[in-house]
Ligand binder design. Structure first.
Ligand code: SF4
Length: 372
């Protein structure tokens, strides 16, 4: 199976209140420093065992990848293509925020060979965008989607968030309606999670922010599946829905235990046995590469048990489910049988998968299935 390349661009124009991805508000100097270090990282990896593989996905994530700038994006892609075996029909994707999209930029991305965009719309309600601390408006999101189509992108995903404080089920349905009306090929719908260390976490702790309760979140998730499936989007992973043939090929690498190499601060790599993580700090990342060293801060070799756990934790998120035999060592058989009887899981031949009812509480079910 071909591998994937992930590039983490660690810059944002402002930090959203709920976000715990590694990103900073950069400037021209930090962006150029990062771009130089990234090119060195590509060069070093291009002389390593990663050179021997074939790749069929390149994914720019972040952060806000457009802040790397079109010239740097072009240089990075050129360098990757010159050093790695990139298959001709690869998925080359980028996460986009509405505040960083213009017709000229999208045109440039098309010329560089990008063929998939994931646009961080989050909500079609300006009040909710404000609560999330987003700096774009509904109008700019609509404009970004229109610009992306006009530039010739045929594979466009919209990222949405439900369970935003103060959001009603009606308002979530209205956001879904507007997303469907734009006719993207893919929609990701994530329930808002509160991560430790974020401003949101402090606000929830102090009672300043009231979360949407579990029942309402579950109702929003059910509405998502119902509305998107009626509109021709199939749920292929807990939070991801696609028109046939438009599933995100890069993200499948994580869920199906395929190999991927991650570049940029905080990026992870996995070669089927070993997992590594880069420094989650731009200065350290640049300093390491300045000395000709890979900026790795963590590495581990997975045991068979850890690999089986990964199969379960990640693979069971997929609608296709997992091969039971690959994870049976770590599955609590009694819990599995109970979940099948209660209608949360289904088993067909060697495969086990979540049912519609199971998808409603996927995280809980997957964790409970793990042998303690
Ligand atoms: S734009 Fe995305 S990566 Fe940047 S702070 Fe907001 S949620 Fe996080």
């Amino acid at each position: 199976m071909p591998a994937g390349i992930y590039i983490h661009v660690p810059f944002c124009m402002a930090k959203c209140q709920y976000c715990d991805f590694y990103s900073i508000v950069g400037n021209e100097t930090t962006v150029d420093g990062f771009a130089g270090a990234l090119l060195s990282e590509i060069e070093i990896l291009g002389r390593s065992k990663w050179k021997e593989r074939v790749y069929n996905t390149i994914y720019f994530g972040g952060g806000t990848p457009p802040l790397l700038g079109d010239k740097n994006i072009s240089r990075v892609l050129q360098s990757i293509r010159g050093r790695f075996n990139i298959s001709p029909r690869s998925e080359i994707a980028m996460e986009i925020n509405p505040e960083t999209s213009s017709p000229e930029f999208f045109q440039a991305l098309r010329e560089f060979g990008l063929n998939r965009l994931s646009i961080g719309v989050q909500s079609f309600d300006n009040d909710q965008l404000q609560i999330l601390g987003r700096i774009h408006s509904v109008n700019s999101a609509v404009e970004a989607i229109d610009n992306a189509f006009a530039a010739g992108f045929e594979n466009i995903s919209l990222d949405l968030i439900f369970g935003i404080p103060g959001q009603s089920i009606e308002s979530w349905r209205a956001t879904l309606d507007q997303a469907i009306a734009k006719n993207p090929t893919h929609i990701s719908a994530y329930g808002l999670t509160i991560e430790k260390g974020t401003p949101y976490h402090k606000m929830v702790d102090s009672g300043e922010l009231a979360l949407v309760d579990d029942d309402n979140q579950a109702e929003m998730y059910s509405a998502t599946n119902e509305m998107l499936s009626s509109a021709g989007y199939k749920r292929y992973e807990v939070s991801n829905f696609a028109k046939p043939g438009f599933e995100c090929r890069h993200n499948f690498k994580y869920w199906r235990d395929d190999k991927y190499v991650g570049l940029g601060p905080s990026a992870h790599s996995y070669d089927g046995e070993k997992r590594t993580a880069n420094q989650k700090n731009l200065d350290k990342y640049i300093a390491n590469l300045g000395k000709g060293k890979l900026p790795i801060s963590f590495r581990e070799t997975l045991t068979d048990k850890q690999r089986a756990e990964e199969w379960l934790l990640l693979g069971l998120r997929l609608a296709e489910g997992i091969d039971y035999n690959l994870a049976k060592e770590v599955i609590n058989d009694q819990v599995k049988t109970d979940f099948i009887k209660q209608g949360y899981l289904r088993k067909k031949l060697n495969k086990i998968a979540l049912t519609d009812k199971g998808f409603l509480m996927a995280d809980e079910i997957i964790v409970k299935l793990l042998k303690s």
